[in-house]
Write a protein of this length. Structure first.
Length: 276
């Protein structure tokens, strides 16, 4: 008889990797949306908030490219500028975008309810906290400084500026694992409010948790969300959760406030030798 033996890591979780906008801060993920709406208007093109949310979670230039590629936006751009948007147009618009995003990003640093309690829980278990984002390094310098004023200071931050490519590639997660000194990747959990967050985590070989209600998938401010009826919230949850599971998420919860028991369950599964 022939046998093949496999090692199974049973040391438990070591780190949690959080997204920023819509996950940890900026309920509804409004910072990029507001800038894109204003930016296109400055170039004579009207887009909708739904257009501005296309590609959320990607590196911001890829986010812009995704918006530009939408048929309605392409048609509107062509009507104003006489031709469909080109790579040169994307470069030109993005050159305007980055300073505007940097200038306004600190307005969206308010922690999402439950964040600081979740962070305290993670710290109590001795796990480390890393973050990935679609924001560039200059943007994150400003946002991270503002978040610290609200009591949120992760152990490490990786941005698309620091690696060969942003999401859905796993490079930011690998960089964080190196900086935090944690391995294997099965000992890490990726948490985010977009499908590309889940793809990033899966590509890195990590456990993944999707957040349905606090981020881009709903796109409401905290005040707007508070006005929803219980039936409407249940309807949104029922609509969005299957999209996360279809993308491969291991767990799906409403917001980061619901994260601690999920992390405990994943920790137990890892200690039993389970893999993502």
């Amino acid at each position: 008889m022939s046998f093949r033996y496999h090692r199974h890591y049973i040391g438990g979780l070591q780190a949690v990797i959080l997204d920023w906008a819509g996950t940890a801060v900026d309920f509804g993920s409004f910072a990029p949306t507001a800038v894109f709406l204003r930016l296109f208007a400055q170039h004579g093109v009207t887009i909708t908030p739904a257009h501005a949310r296309l590609g959320m979670g990607l590196m911001k230039k890829d986010h812009l490219r995704t918006i530009m590629q939408h048929p309605e936006v392409r048609a509107a751009w062509q009507a104003v500028h006489g031709a469909a948007p080109t790579d040169a147009d994307i470069d030109r618009v993005y050159a305007d975008f980055e300073p505007q995003q940097i200038a306004s990003i600190t307005e969206y640093a308010q922690p999402i309810p439950g964040l600081l309690d979740a962070v305290a829980f993670i710290r109590s278990r001795g796990w480390k906290i890393g973050t990935t984002t679609g924001y560039t390094r200059p943007m994150m310098v400003e946002l991270a400084a503002a978040a610290r004023q609200h009591g949120y200071a992760p152990d490490a931050i990786a941005t698309p500026s620091d690696v060969p490519a942003g999401r859905p590639y796993p490079w930011m997660c690998y960089k964080l694992a190196t900086e935090l000194g944690v391995f294997p990747m099965t000992a890490l959990v990726k948490v985010g409010d977009t499908l590309v967050d889940i793809e990033e985590g899966l590509n890195a070989g990590m456990w993944t948790v999707g957040l349905t209600l606090s981020g881009n998938m709903v796109g409401l401010s905290e005040a707007e969300f508070a006005q929803l009826s219980a039936d409407k919230i249940a309807s949104l949850r029922a609509e969005i959760a299957p999209r996360f599971f279809a993308a491969g998420a291991h767990y799906v919860v409403d917001t980061i406030a619901d994260l601690p028991p999920v992390l405990d369950e994943i920790d137990n599964r890892v200690r039993r030798g389970e893999r993502p």
